[in-house]
Design a protein. Structure first.
Length: 391
């Protein structure tokens, strides 16, 4: 059987015993084997596949994910993002497809990863994160011609009943604030409640971020377990309500009371005009940035003393719940720093009702109602004999 090798090294031609023309090519582990009745028909078939990318089949999925995490995530994204992606891969993806040749992975293999997570009662959010990680890794593999197609494109996430967001009642807030009455942490907790800010954003907040003239707060940094960095989503602005200003004033007095030498001069005045400097709004007693874990566990400890269950993020949920009938979806999206209103709905859709278009001034109205509810709770707790004496 005669065989002619293409001078350009892109395959070989031969004649089969049945008289059909044949063309074969093997490159980087991929094979083509085409035949036709005539050479012209065969050439037409070759032309159809000649532009198909030739992939590099030497990678296992595990080898590629390691390379991708190191070169495209760790070196290009925030440390917190790398830690999250690496954890998702190690815990949910590696054991399922890590040993597979990456070029052999099909959509069903990716769907099996998600199915296995679903059977192990992983949340919808975690399954979506896993899909995001796999989609990003395979998209980059396509660009690098490691694979021809991204097998993650059409993967479906099983729907699960989302756990309700923990929202604090008036009574729970009252108990928490009472437990923290003499604490240096009180003003930070109250400020979180009336701004809806994240824990990391509160801890990174500087006095220079407070714009009293335009009554707004600039949120552009966040403190996480991996250190100070950009905020979770984007730079955004939060309305500075009178209630929030009163809590900032309380925090100012707290700092003066602590006589912090890193912030205060000997005469009790602030160094370098505190409210125009880069001093932190809610620092440690030594003027340093508070650790996110310290803040979390401190609030949980006070919540325990108040005999309730609460975390810093509950305050953000509570802000949304109390504001749901006053602020519009767009206003909540901007305050919370979400890139899309669909994100706000995805997270808080179960507690959002139809709302009207209000401004920052309405935040004061909302949280003045909180104070009124506190007063009502106090009145209920007073003995009847006391109420008669007052009358």
């Amino acid at each position: 059987m005669s065989k002619t090798r293409n001078p350009n090294g892109v395959g070989s031609y031969s004649k089969r015993k049945d008289g059909r023309s044949r063309w074969r090519l093997e490159k980087n582990g991929r094979k083509w084997d085409l035949s036709a009745k005539t050479p012209s028909e065969l050439q037409a078939k070759i032309n159809q596949v000649s532009d198909a990318p030739v992939t590099d089949n030497k990678y296992t999925a595990g080898k590629w994910f390691d390379k991708w995490l190191e070169n495209y995530v760790k070196s290009l994204k925030k440390a917190a993002t790398y830690n999250q992606y690496e954890s998702i891969y190690r815990m949910h993806i590696k054991d399922r497809i890590g040993s597979y040749r990456i070029a052999d992975i099909k959509s069903i293999d990716i769907q099996n990863v998600i199915t296995h997570m679903h059977k192990n009662n992983m949340s919808t959010k975690t399954m979506k994160h896993a899909k995001t990680v796999m989609n990003s890794a395979f998209a980059r593999a396509v660009k690098n011609k490691i694979v021809n197609e991204n097998p993650v494109k059409d993967i479906e996430i099983p729907s699960k009943q989302a756990k309700p967001r923990k929202v604090l009642s008036y009574e729970e807030l009252s108990k928490l604030f009472k437990a923290m009455k003499n604490s240096r942490w009180l003003w930070a907790i109250k400020f979180m409640l009336v701004t809806g800010m994240r824990r990391g954003e509160i801890l990174a907040l500087k006095w220079s971020d407070i714009d009293y003239g335009n009554k707004r707060i600039t949120v552009d940094e966040s403190n996480s377990v991996t250190g100070l960095g950009d905020t979770k989503t984007r730079i955004h602005y939060i309305p500075l309500s009178d209630k929030a200003i009163s809590y900032l004033n309380g925090q100012t007095e707290q700092i003066k009371k602590e006589c912090n030498p890193n912030i205060l001069n000997k005469d009790g005045t602030f160094k370098e005009n505190l409210k125009g400097s880069d001093c932190l709004v809610f620092p440690t007693q030594k003027g340093k940035m508070i650790s996110p874990n310290t803040f979390y566990h401190t609030m949980c400890r006070y919540a325990g003393q108040a005999e309730i269950k609460a975390t810093p993020h509950c305050l953000r949920h509570t802000f949304v719940y109390l504001s749901r009938n006053t602020l519009s979806l767009k206003e909540l999206q901007n305050i919370l720093g979400h890139d899309e209103s669909t994100t706000t709905l995805d997270i808080y859709g179960d507690i959002l009702d139809e709302s009207t278009n209000k401004t920052a001034a309405q935040i004061d109205e909302i949280f003045s109602q909180v104070d009124e509810e506190f007063k009502k709770l106090e009145e209920k707790k007073k003995p009847a004999s006391y109420l008669r004496r007052v009358k």
